[in-house]
Write a protein that binds this ligand. Sequence first.
Ligand SMILES: C[S@@+](CC[C@H](N)C(=O)[O-])C[C@H]1O[C@@H](n2cnc3c(N)ncnc32)[C@H](O)[C@@H]1O
Length: 224
Amino acid sequence: MAQDVACIFSGEESIRNQKLIYPAASRNQDPILQVLKRFIISDTEDEESPLFLEIASGSGQHVAYFAPHFPGVRFQPTEVDDNLLGSITYYAKNCTTKNILLPKLVDICTKLSAYGFQENSVDYMYCANMIHISPYECTIGLFQNAGNYLKPDALMITYGPYSKDGVITPDSNVQFDASLKARNASWGLRDIVDLVKLAEQNNLTLIDTVEMPANNKTLIWKKN
Ligand SMILES: C[S@@+](CC[C@H](N)C(=O)[O-])C[C@H]1O[C@@H](n2cnc3c(N)ncnc32)[C@H](O)[C@@H]1O
């Protein structure tokens, strides 16, 4: 089965007009959407529509695929790599339901207040395929920001491959982890046990683990 390498460039990604297409994102967007449909409430009585904050948007494909299914939700894509903002903007502007905000340049290692977000103001945070393809400081930043900027009882959804109790399965993920570390020694699959500890330090609880295609998982974290 094809490894879910997202934007590790191997020459397989392509640009059409300004739009980047990551094959992995094309494959995993629908399975992730099916999970989101279980956890996102689109029609609320609130005056302001719920805010879905994506960290590490990459090409921008994920929010582009999700947003039309949740027309009552505002999707805010963000990226640390400004080379990707053109593609994310392309998807945002071409969204038929017009509920994707223009992307913000966000480094998740920095407090979100630096980008205009207020504490306890975000309804959903979402981060796919960053935790294992960035230094662990980014994971710490992600959980610290989730703990501070999500509303009480709000959810963070993370997607990717993880190890559990120090064990990586199956062999394809062991090889993937080795290839990540060969590429950058600070990258690699993170262990769910360590993430649960990090979550507890930041007032978050793991409430669900959903098995996904290609040996990935979607983890659902709730702010206490
Ligand atoms: C493998 S790509 C995933 C992109 C997209 N989420 C997807 O699943 O297709 C990892 C992304 O993490 C981003 N990233 C790395 N470090 C980051 C940081 N400190 N803050 C925010 N994003 C970061 C990279 O720029 C890259 O776009």
